[in-house]
Design a protein. Structure first.
Length: 84
């Protein structure tokens, strides 16, 4: 995936491989090739970590989460997403 999306070696996290059209993520400009670095200040390394963190936040009754997302060059931004 790193080669496919030209992701720099210093970018660590879970690579986004697809985003549904008209989803909250697509509306926030998250796209394939972006990397999820953290969710609510907890580092994630892969898709399983992302799912585990989202499930944990839902169990805690959270309705949204703050994702730290990096582009292929490593530039980061925060994206708030609903967990529904």
């Amino acid at each position: 995936l790193r080669k496919k999306y030209s992701i720099k070696d210093n970018v660590k996290g879970a690579v986004v491989t697809a985003v549904e059209q008209n989803s909250p993520a697509s509306e926030k400009q998250v796209k394939a090739g972006d990397t999820i670095v953290e969710i609510n200040q907890v580092t994630v390394a892969n898709a399983a970590d992302v799912q585990k963190r989202v499930d944990q936040l839902k169990k805690e009754g959270r309705k949204s989460a703050l994702f730290l997302v990096a582009n292929a060059d490593g530039e980061t931004r925060f994206v708030a997403l609903n967990l529904n």
